[in-house]
Design a protein around this ligand. Structure first.
Ligand code: RIB
Ligand code: CA
Length: 313
């Protein structure tokens, strides 16, 4: 990873998105060029609001936040208030943002930025539905050759789905957008539920966030406490899976993770399996590998990393 790695965060905050953004903003290895909000966990007005709340919590009002797509390419928006609460950032009591949205549309800013910066110098960290990225690629196909890598949280294979039996939420919301991204030829790293369901915020890990004592650390503990109730009821797991920070952590410490370069296709035609990531893990087809599909993580190492970075606020 170049130092600093110049990244764009595309996101639908979402408590786990918030932890990912905070981790990135606390890490000197990154230059965060901008944050593009997309509709997903909650509608766009709230994801664009929440992204600014997180920037202000980090003391980083300098990072521009852009509003992107308010609905998927071709389908009605599906949201996840049942997981994230009405605001999308339930848990801590955080003030409304005072920093303004950047007035440029997210997709236009993304295209202009990728065309202006050195080829391959920007990494996209995608934490929500892939609508913004797909719109940019459809509007300006030339930018595909300019993106260094897309690291995204999405999909599932052995872990199966969390919004339907077959599909993970980010891919399910906009499967056509995911298909554009997965067929773009851009180097991809995919952090699916297979790995994020091993990144559980146990009580001890949540206590470590809270013990940081800073407004950011306490807010993260309150976010993951709130986020946890849904997963505990659903999975009976020892804590909630902290999905999106795995994207940032992979860039910081890839050796904490393991996976395979395989082909991953997206189901877009069947309503029963819409949004399924058809991952050729056993390489039983001759389809060209298009993604590093990550299946495992050193969870203790991951939370040590997250806690260390969050301690810097
Ligand atoms: O399925 C988990 C993903 O959906 C995470 O990115 C979470 O924030 C939601 O967007
Ligand atoms: Ca997300």
């Amino acid at each position: 990873m170049p130092d600093p790695a110049r990244i764009v965060i595309d996101t639908d905050p979402g408590q786990d998105d918030a932890v990912a953004i905070l981790t990135a903003l606390a890490s000197p290895e990154f230059e965060v060029l901008g944050i593009t909000a997309v509709a997903g966990n909650v509608p766009l007005e709230l994801t664009a609001r929440n992204a600014r709340i997180v920037c202000e919590l980090a003391g980083r009002e300098d990072v521009p936040v852009f509003a992107g797509a308010r609905q998927p390419l071709r389908r009605p928006l599906v949201t996840a208030e049942h997981v994230h609460g009405r605001t999308g950032l339930d848990g801590p009591d955080l003030p409304d943002p005072t920093m303004a949205l950047d007035g440029r549309p997210a997709v236009s800013w993304l295209i202009d930025t990728l065309r202006a910066e050195p080829k391959g110098s920007i990494t996209i960290c995608a934490l929500g539905p892939l609508t913004n990225l797909a719109l940019a690629l459809l509007k300006a196909p030339d930018i595909a050759a300019r993106i260094g890598r897309i690291v995204l949280m999405g999909g599932a294979y052995f872990e199966v789905g969390n919004i339907t039996p077959a599909a993970e939420f980010n891919i399910y919301v906009d499967p056509e957008a995911a298909q554009v991204v997965f067929r773009s030829g851009i180097p991809l790293t995919v952090l699916p539920l297979d790995v994020t369901h091993k990144a559980l915020v146990t009580r001890a890990r949540n206590d470590a966030f809270r013990a940081l004592g800073s407004p950011a650390g306490v807010a993260v503990a309150q976010m993951t406490d709130f986020f946890e109730r849904f997963d505990l009821e659903k999975y009976g797991s020892d804590g909630a899976p902290l999905h999106d920070p795995c994207v940032i952590a992979w860039l910081l410490a890839p050796d904490l993770f393991s996976g395979r370069e395989i082909n991953v296709e997206i189901e877009t035609l069947s309503e029963l399996t819409r949004g399924m990531t058809v991952a050729d893990w056993w390489r039983v087809t001759d389809r060209r590998p298009n993604a590093l599909f990550v299946g495992d993580v050193d969870a203790d190492g991951l939370f040590d990393l997250l806690t260390d970075r969050l301690s810097r606020f």
